[in-house]
Design a protein around this ligand. Structure first.
Ligand code: BGC
Length: 246
């Protein structure tokens, strides 16, 4: 069964259809720049255009880079404030005229990695952290997601964690990767005290450079790079919309 997964990121909105039984991407992957300002209306128009380009009439799963509870967006650190309080699930379903599920972006990536990627067959506590514009987190225990953990917003070193150690500090602000990795290592040590995960999966754009920084990370947890790369959010979005999910 196929579902269209849509991943709303700080710079791009990506989409593809996904076979929810094996996590395979089954269409061309499309990408449109995230509108600026990233208001709900502008993002909806971009998603409508992507759905049309895919010639897709089936169900859709959409990630949001903020807390999502029962389809309602509660925070918007890296998207327009107009999302806060909006029932995004209802907006997308009525505009697209079909079943739509909405899920936090990191939660989507975490579920996808645990089902089909670096965390498959791992029991116990698995934590995925995405390092991009912000820091996203997905906490999964024995395959079950605890949604909206938002560890990127933990207070840390006098600020919030994502301002201290987001991937953006390397990508957009040109800091050296080992400088950034030392900061990530401090953050992982703190998170380990809180959650003692068995496995930490590093996702986000910077995970492509995992080999360059993995030796700087001294956590006792297992440590792996995300395997689904840029597709993790898309795959997790599609899984969230799968009405036949076990
Ligand atoms: C948001 C999270 C999101 C993360 C990654 C954070 O600023 O609060 O909800 O998962 O960025 O996009």
């Amino acid at each position: 069964m196929n579902v269209l997964g849509v991943d709303i990121g700080g710079s791009g909105i990506k989409s593809a259809t996904v076979d929810v039984l094996d996590g395979a991407v089954t269409s061309e992957r499309l990408r449109s720049p995230t509108p600026q300002p990233s208001t709900p209306d502008a993002v909806l128009a971009t998603i409508e255009a992507l759905v049309t380009q895919h010639e897709w009439s089936g169900d859709v799963g959409i990630t949001i880079p903020g807390v999502v509870v029962s389809g309602v967006v509660h925070t918007a650190a890296n998207i327009d404030d107009a999302w806060i309080g909006l029932d995004a699930q209802r907006m997308f379903s009525s505009a697209l005229g079909r079943h739509v599920a909405v899920i936090n972006d990191a939660d989507a990536a975490g579920v996808a990695e645990v089902r089909f990627g670096a965390g498959r067959n791992i029991t116990g506590t698995v934590l995925l952290l995405t390092f991009g514009t912000g820091i996203g987190s997905a906490l999964v225990h024995d395959g079950v997601l605890v949604p909206n953990t938002e560890l990127g917003h933990l207070e840390f070193r006098g600020d919030i964690a994502e301002r201290y150690a987001a991937g953006r500090l390397v990508k957009s602000e040109n800091n050296p990767i080992d400088w950034w990795a030392r900061r990530v290592n401090e953050l992982l040590a703190y998170i380990e005290v809180l959650l003692s995960p068995r496995l930490i999966i590093i996702g986000g754009g910077i995970s492509k450079r995992f080999d360059e920084f993995k030796d700087d990370l001294t956590t006792d947890a297992g440590l792996l790079a995300a395997e689904l790369g840029n597709n993790a959010g898309i795959v997790g979005a599609a899984l969230a919309a799968n009405k036949d999910a076990p």
